[in-house]
Design a protein around this ligand. Structure first.
Ligand SMILES: *Cc1c(COP(=O)(O)O)cnc(C)c1O
Length: 398
């Protein structure tokens, strides 16, 4: 079978909820992926940062194989010998007291909202069913009905209502708007430290620090969604660390299991996560031994192989090279760590297609931005190789 055969098959039998580039990937290693015709591409999306550790990392693969031979799933009706160790590893790495394990990022966000509401009622004393969560314009937190209900992207909402009440939207990066939006019924402020899906939007310096202070003064939980920005992507272990704050609730996913398995988690203090008692919340797969074992190794290699430092160093290098580009097509280039947005005046899709033909895979986000986010194991020479091609493609109008 060739590329077109796979495209046709998927188009006929699969729901059309994506518009992927027509490259059919068959295998991958590190930063490189190979299509069914044997052509090689530099992966500059890294599965939306789920493969920060690089594709098919050999140590994570070994853990997957070993654990899959022992036990994969017990459900939480019984205990397993991997979940406690993952919780401890996450505690040691981040300092948070407790961990609530889930699978997809969306589920972790949903879980964090449930935790925040329950904390609001049981600890803060908000009257029943009055809890409010403040979110930001252009947010991306997932695709469930609750979550798209507070999206400001009409496309994400259209046709899916009615939506859950209890959410209030403020402009992103506007601390004063946060202050004015808070009421005695506000339980949490949910925010991405950098908005990835919105096009690598970086808020004004100091925003997160100010937001943390406003939340503290008003007894509102600061919940950072670091599903995409976390685990090294921005050159720190978590993006909130750029502002030297600690959120009350940290939401992680994607790279937590290095692309081998969906593992997500909500991390918080005992005061907050302690509100969840047996029967309140659950997940058949959440905390399963296979996912937990994989996540432990995925975290270990991220730290041991210095991928966070690599992201900071090479990200700064690549950003400055890209910012030297002079092309009438380019409006702005911004980024942090190995997370870079090239904002164009026109549509980004044709540029992504042209880059694909040059051997680079990346994806447009919100029409005008090319997002560059390779696995953090990328080498300087590979970035130089990518730079030449990006320079070539952006030099001509597509
Ligand atoms: C990807 C993402 C999610 C959703 O994660 P899924 O694993 O796709 O459910 C939520 N928030 C942010 C910031 C994300 O990037």
């Amino acid at each position: 079978m060739q590329t077109q055969d796979f495209v046709d098959l998927e188009s006929q039998y699969g729901a059309h909820n994506y518009r992927p580039l027509d490259v059919v990937i068959e295998r991958a290693e590190g930063v490189w992926v190979y299509d069914v015709d044997g052509k090689r591409y530099l992966d500059c999306l890294a599965a939306y940062s789920a493969v920060n550790q690089g594709h098919c990392h050999p140590k994570i693969l070994r853990t997957l194989e070993e654990q899959a031979r022992k036990v994969t799933l017990t459900s939480r009706a019984f205990r397993n010998d991997q979940l406690p160790l993952l919780c401890k590893d996450l505690h040691d790495l981040t300092g948070f007291d407790m961990v609530l394990p889930m699978n997809s990022g969306t589920e972790a966000v949903e879980s964090a909202i449930k935790v925040a509401r329950k904390w609001g009622y049981k600890v803060k004393g908000i009257p029943q069913d009055q809890a409010e969560v403040i979110v930001c314009a252009n947010n991306f937190h997932g695709r469930t009905v609750t979550i798209v209900g507070f999206s400001t992207d009409e496309h994400y909402r259209d046709g899916f209502g009615p939506f859950a009440p209890g959410f209030k939207v403020i402009p992103y990066g506007d601390a004063e708007a946060l202050r004015s939006a808070i009421t005695p019924n506000t339980c949490a402020f949910l925010v991405e430290p950098i908005q990835g899906e919105a096009g690598i939007l970086i808020p004004p310096a100091g925003f997160l620090r100010e937001a943390a202070e406003i939340c503290r003064q008003n007894r509102v939980l600061l919940m950072t969604d670091e599903i995409q920005s976390g685990l090294g992507r921005t050159g720190k272990l978590f993006a909130y660390m750029h502002e030297e704050i600690t959120p009350d609730v940290l939401i992680v996913g994607k790279a937590l299991a290095g692309g081998f398995y969906p593992v997500s988690a909500v991390l918080a203090s005992r005061e907050i996560l302690g509100v969840i008692t047996p029967g309140d919340h659950g997940s058949t797969f959440g905390g399963n031994p296979l996912g937990c074992a994989i996540a432990r190794t995925a975290l270990r290699v991220l730290i041991e192989e210095k991928m966070v430092e690599q992201s900071a160093d090479l990200g700064a290098y690549f950003l400055s090279r890209l910012q030297s580009l002079r092309s009438p097509a380019i409006k702005e280039i911004r980024g942090k760590g190995l997370w870079i947005g090239i904002e164009l005046h026109g549509k980004a899709r044709p540029y992504c297609e042209a880059l694909m033909h040059e051997g680079i895979l990346c994806k447009e986000t919100h029409d005008h931005v090319i997002r560059i986010g390779p696995p953090l194991v990328v080498k300087r020479e590979e970035l130089d190789w990518a730079f030449e091609r990006i320079a070539k493609v952006t030099a001509t109008s597509q």
